[in-house]
Design a protein around this ligand. Structure first.
Ligand SMILES: *[C@@H]1O[C@H](CO)[C@@H](O)[C@H](O)[C@H]1NC(C)=O
Ligand SMILES: *[C@@H]1O[C@H](CO)[C@@H](O)[C@H](O)[C@H]1NC(C)=O
Ligand SMILES: *[C@@H]1O[C@H](CO)[C@@H](O)[C@H](O)[C@H]1NC(C)=O
Ligand SMILES: *[C@@H]1O[C@H](CO)[C@@H](O)[C@H](O)[C@H]1NC(C)=O
Ligand SMILES: *[C@@H]1O[C@H](CO)[C@@H](O)[C@H](O)[C@H]1NC(C)=O
Ligand SMILES: *[C@@H]1O[C@H](CO)[C@@H](O)[C@H](O)[C@H]1NC(C)=O
Length: 671
């Protein structure tokens, strides 16, 4: 093997303080720089010298830009000499040919910051990334071709990949180590050996595409599970094969798997799991520090290169979380039980890892940011009151909806889509409204004539009973809860993807409305405006009283932050006592989903950068199931303490799993 850990670590560059590096940072400095694999001595070589990295994963797309530097500095001060990062394609190309690289999406600025601080970069630009990110980073518009085979040589997929990489990789090139930048290695695809397709021509195409844009010198690599079966389809001549595995693994056996694909060269664990991901409705994942430390020491003793996944997880703001199958979406927090918390705070795990690395730069790490409990904020129903009537009332408002063709069944956007039809027959007795093919993607809030009737949920509840008269308006508001990011089901169409039946009848003649709620909020439309309702709302009859207490409804509230206190605004967390499930925006920023009814996440991280001391802060909440507002006041509450590990009421949701009752509509009302 290359060399043992302690001497390898000692051979690393002395670690100057970051501020000294700042002044030297110049991408066009012309000293000869090389980064390569030494197959003879089983190690990397940087500028001709043996080199070992200890890196940490950080996702700029999960951290507000103002905090990038703070998080990177903390990583540097832990003794890491590199970071590892994905670039999610769908974060940067929301529509074909429309690219966004500014603000929180200014990935080049992020790479430059890492460089300025003195961190090398291991880049993973996809095109597929997994990463518990919507559709594994692939843009949903790829699904415009319904039978596209993603992550293969499918010509439409390749065409889109070529265009995207033709945009991205030339921007990356000046940041390669050889060109004076921090990027030492570039990963191609991600865990491809876990995908069913096993399409070597696709991988070969990517390798030559990357080489054509980045040159022959860059070290390209692949990452796969530490098992020979994964490496079979994941590794290819021209990419250096690396593996990933977590604490508690048999390190000898895991690296033996890497040696199956790479008999010589450095040992690399590209994803050493410091923690693990969460799903709504499951226990919060925790990985003990002792287990992380033990396996880390074992790997370093073998001279291995290690990337800690994650070093900081961050937040799935907005609608960005992904999901696993059978359908299980990830929550808003991507804390990951990582060494730095979701909010960038230092943990015991951080200091324990720092002690193992023993390459501590002078001085302490930047401190955890203070948190402030702004307290409760009273929320009021936005008096236009619910989405359905707002559609009718604001029919001239192009921001709120688009009237789409009846055949438009697939949702191309994030968020919500409304399907509307009328009951073809009288259903005086409870009659099953069902999705026999489990085609509600992913959760539907059903109402008849403006009265909530219940919820359908993918893989959990495919049927509910409704009553109503022929001609009654049936509304099905479908929520996209995040596209599957892993496995064969990543072609994750959203909306109603198969027929709904009422009794034995297939319901037809739907009108679908694509709801641009985020645009409406950014226009200030859903904030305290007093719209008059026009849709007649009937009082619920006894028959109509189901478990759902109310229709999806908007609430708004404001709060001010005293400007006399010098250190405000500070970071905070928001919680939703007795609320059920929904989406929240603060000052127009889509913070994410809340779902305390299912857990385990209870609080959402609110970075200080969203808050204002100068003007009133605005909160908008879309509660989908029922706010605790009637009677009495309803409040959301800012707290200083995060709760991600509530014990769960989750089993509740599994009780009505896959109930599929069939009853038939009668032609006449029988009383
Ligand atoms: C960076 O280096 C180039 C080439 O040596 C030099 O022309 C340029 O002035 C430098 N820029 C800064 C900001 O130091
Ligand atoms: C670890 O794997 C190696 C190689 O497969 C094997 O020889 C060894 O017994 C394993 N160790 C444990 C503790 O299972
Ligand atoms: C629907 O109503 C029928 C009787 O009309 C009942 O047997 C069935 O359990 C109900 N199904 C659900 C899901 O409530
Ligand atoms: C929906 O039902 C119609 C009419 O019965 C049928 O033609 C169509 O194939 C069905 N579509 C799906 C996706 O099941
Ligand atoms: C909150 O909304 C009010 C009224 O629309 C607006 O004047 C104010 O600037 C908003 N606050 C922030 C922090 O954006
Ligand atoms: C959640 O985590 C906190 C902080 O680590 C701990 O004090 C608390 O006991 C945990 N709660 C549950 C229900 O596990």
């Amino acid at each position: 093997s290359c060399i043992t850990a302690p001497s390898a670590l000692r051979s690393r560059d002395p670690r100057p303080l970051p501020h000294r590096l700042h002044q030297n940072s110049n991408l066009s400095v012309a000293s000869p720089r090389t980064f390569e694999i030494d197959y003879k001595n089983d190690c990397f070589r940087k500028d001709g010298t043996e080199f070992q990295y200890i890196s940490g994963s950080i996702h700029y797309n999960r951290i507000p830009r103002v905090y990038w530097k703070d998080r990177l500095l903390k990583m540097y001060m832990a003794g890491l000499n590199a970071i590892q990062m994905y670039i999610p394609w769908n974060f940067h190309e929301p529509h074909p040919g429309q690219y966004v690289f500014s603000g929180d999406r200014d990935v080049m600025h992020f790479i430059q910051l890492a460089h300025d601080i003195g961190l090398l970069v291991i880049l993973r630009p996809g095109p597929y990334i997994c990463g518990e990110w919507d559709m594994g980073g692939l843009p949903a518009w790829l699904l415009n071709k319904k039978d596209i085979v993603l992550r293969t040589s499918d010509p439409d997929y390749i065409n889109a990949v070529d265009k995207w990489m033709g945009k991205l990789l030339p921007m990356i090139k000046p940041f390669l180590y050889q060109n004076g930048g921090p990027i030492i290695t570039v990963q191609v695809e991600n865990e491809y050996g876990s995908y069913f397709a096993c399409d070597y021509s696709y991988l070969r195409h990517l390798v030559s595409l990357f080489r054509s844009h980045l040159g022959q010198d860059v070290v390209l690599f692949s990452t796969d599970g530490a098992g020979v079966s994964y490496l079979k389809c994941g590794s290819l001549q021209g990419m250096y094969a690396t593996v990933d595995f977590g604490p508690g693994s048999n390190v000898t056996a895991a690296f033996a798997a890497q040696r199956y694909a790479e008999p010589h060269g450095p040992l690399v664990n590209s994803e050493f799991y410091t923690g693990w991901l969460d799903h709504w409705g499951e226990q919060h994942s925790r990985v003990p520090t002792s287990a992380v430390v033990k396996t880390l020491v074992d790997m370093l003793n073998m001279g291995a290169n290690v990337n800690l996944y994650m070093f900081i997880g961050g937040t799935n703001f907005g609608y960005w979380n992904g999901a696993n199958g059978p359908y299980a979406p990830q929550p808003t927090s991507y804390d990951y039980d990582a060494p730095l918390t979701e909010a960038g705070d230092l943990t015991d795990k951080y200091f324990a890892i720092r002690d193992v690395i023993k390459m501590i730069p002078e001085g302490p790490p930047p401190p955890s940011t203070p948190k402030y409990a702004y307290g409760p904020v009273t929320m009021k129903k936005v008096s236009m009151h619910e989405i359905f009537s707002s559609l009718t009332v604001k029919s001239s408002n192009r921001f709120l909806y688009n009237h789409l063709p009846i055949t438009y069944f697939f949702m191309k956007q994030f968020g919500f889509i409304l399907y509307r039809t009328t009951l073809p027959v009288d259903c005086s007795k409870p009659t099953a409204l069902s999705s026999p093919l489990n085609g509600v993607h992913d959760r539907a809030y059903v109402s008849v004539d403006g009265i909530a009737a219940g919820i359908l949920e993918r893989d959990k509840a495919i049927s509910l009973n409704i009553t109503g008269k022929a001609g009654s308006q049936l509304d099905v508001l479908v929520e996209n809860m995040g596209r599957i990011n892993y496995g064969k089901d990543i072609n994750d169409f959203k909306g109603l993807v198969s027929n709904l039946t009422l009794g034995a009848k297939v319901l037809s003649i739907w009108t679908s409305y694509s709801l641009s709620i985020d645009e409406a909020i950014s226009q200030g439309l859903l904030h305290g405006r007093d719209f008059k309702r026009r849709v007649p709302i009937r009082r619920p009859s006894r028959l109509l009283q189901h478990s759902v207490s109310s229709l999806p409804t908007f609430y708004s509230g404001t709060f001010s932050i005293a400007d006399g206190i010098p250190d405000l605004p500070q970071d905070t967390y928001i919680q939703f006592p007795n609320w059920k499930k929904g989406q929240i925006w603060i000052n127009g920023f889509n913070l994410g989903r809340y779902w305390p009814d299912r857990g385990p996440q209870i609080t959402l991280f609110v970075p200080a950068s969203l808050l204002s001391t100068a003007v009133l802060n605005n909160i908008t909440v879309l509660e989908l199931e029922g706010a605790p507002c009637a009677p009495g006041p309803c409040t959301v509450e800012f707290t200083a303490i995060p709760v991600l590990n509530a014990t769960l009421a989750s089993l509740r949701s599994k009780i009505n799993a896959l109930s599929f009752a069939v009853t038939f509509c009668v032609e006449k009302v029988i009383l």
